[in-house]
Design a protein around this ligand. Structure first.
Ligand code: AMP
Length: 215
């Protein structure tokens, strides 16, 4: 199973990818998460990525493509993968099209998670996560049991620096300019499955699994 999760920031890509990872037993590859780890380790790549991420911009295609290429040839990708947040531009999608046959893989589906801008903003500004175990929370839809603390580690929850309302609005603009054209790209190539992301998490995951099985 080789999947791409497409959708605006806050459409739930990361949340559903975690569920699908368990269900299909394949790795969840988030380019945003790879960049955040590099930023935390203060690597050269992290410093470069942060200069774009903090402004709500996309990191350069060549840098991002190289990261994905390295990751997809790791042994745990032998049975498949779930790409979360990649591709995000037409050149990235073309790069993936060229890379997959070279590494002996083929895409099965691209899942577009449909959501309104108002809901994106509402979800993102309320998004929190545990810095230790990385569990994600939402102050409205998935509250921690104890205010501000992780249910598993008791660590104080943190908010991503790029999850402010101001940066989210910039990220939405970038999404419409750079990423939305991928919907047509993948619809034309017959990979696209559209899923309503404004439903409870279990229902969205169920809809995705049913759509994949139908295919
Ligand atoms: P995410 O965690 O997917 O919301 O990504 C956080 C940030 O990382 C994005 O706003 C971009 O700045 C950067 N990023 C993640 N994936 C990509 C990508 N495929 N291409 C360029 N930049 C990316």
């Amino acid at each position: 199973m080789h999947l791409v999760l497409l959708g605006a920031p806050g459409s739930g890509k990361g949340t559903y990818a975690v569920e699908l990872k368990e269900y299909y037993g394949i790795p969840h590859i988030s380019t945003g998460e790879i960049f955040r780890k590099e930023i935390a380790s203060k690597s050269e790549l992290g410093i470069l990525a942060n200069s774009y991420i903090e402004k709500g911009q996309l990191c350069p295609d060549d840098v991002t493509n190289e990261i994905v290429k390295k990751r997809l040839i790791e042994p745990d990708c032998v049975k498949g993968f779930i790409l979360d947040g990649f591709p995000r531009t037409i050149p990235q999608a073309k790069f993936l099209d060229e890379l997959l046959p070279i590494i002996g893989k083929r895409l099965e589906a691209v899942i577009d998670l449909e959501i309104t801008d108002d809901e994106v903003i509402r979800r993102i500004v309320n998004r929190r996560s545990c810095p230790k175990c990385r569990e994600g929370y939402n102050l409205i839809t998935k509250k921690p049991l104890k205010d501000g603390l992780c249910d598993h580690c008791n660590e104080p929850l943190v908010q991503r620096d790029d999850d402010t309302e101001e940066t989210v609005k910039k990220r939405l603009k970038v999404y419409y300019n750079e990423t939305e054209p991928l919907i047509k790209y993948y619809t034309d190539s017959g990979f696209m499955l559209k899923i309503n992301s404004e439903q409870p998490i279990d229902k969205v995951v169920k809809d995705i699994v049913i759509a994949l099985e139908d295919r």
